[in-house]
Design a protein around this ligand. Sequence first.
Ligand code: SF4
Length: 230
Amino acid sequence: MPLSFKDIGHGNSKLGKLVVHTTRSGEAHHMGTCPSSCPLLGEHNKEHATDKFDEDYAAALARAVPLFGKAWSYTHWMPVHWRKSGFNMLGRTTMNFSANNWEQAQYVFKNLKVPVVVNLSEEPPKGDVPAMWCPADTMEDMDCSRCGGSKGPICARPDRSFIIMFKQKKWKKTPCYAANGYVKFNWIRTMKNKMKQSDGKILLKWVSRLRHGTMLRHHVAGDMGQIKGE
Ligand code: SF4
């Protein structure tokens, strides 16, 4: 399955220049690793997504943390698929569940005890779960590499006691931010990187060569699905 890597110096504006990142795509379509249940795909893309979770990739992803560094990502796969893959422990990748709406965000946070983020267009009603807006959405000159001060990016903290909210942007056709602009361009280009080894093996090899203390955002675009036919 195709995977691409961006080292320091290629940071996008949200991540900041110090955060390295990967992109993961399917072979026949860039959205081929996304769960078909994701509402951000748009109806016209559902057929390109997958219903099969890639357990091998998830297990490697959980361990793919740079030495003395931090790694995090987001997923639209329900936690039942990945709660036992090894994420969200000391020295492992922090996996955030990306909820479909405010109600689901609160439910998953309270009952499934995993880090949760949610895209919202406005301030939600006060609930019993604390929440904060992503500082990069509300402050000038803020990005993931500066977020959270000395403790590092807030999204990379598995034990946080609040939900993170992102300002929902309005795109013309496909609601997913990654299916628009430069991220989409790179996502489509990633389809050409056909690998001889599994994504997990390639990923772990790449991570082992990163500088000590590197901050890594896993798949800026793409998810933990296994593409159809594999
Ligand atoms: S909360 Fe911090 S780490 Fe998470 S996306 Fe926003 S700036 Fe990046």
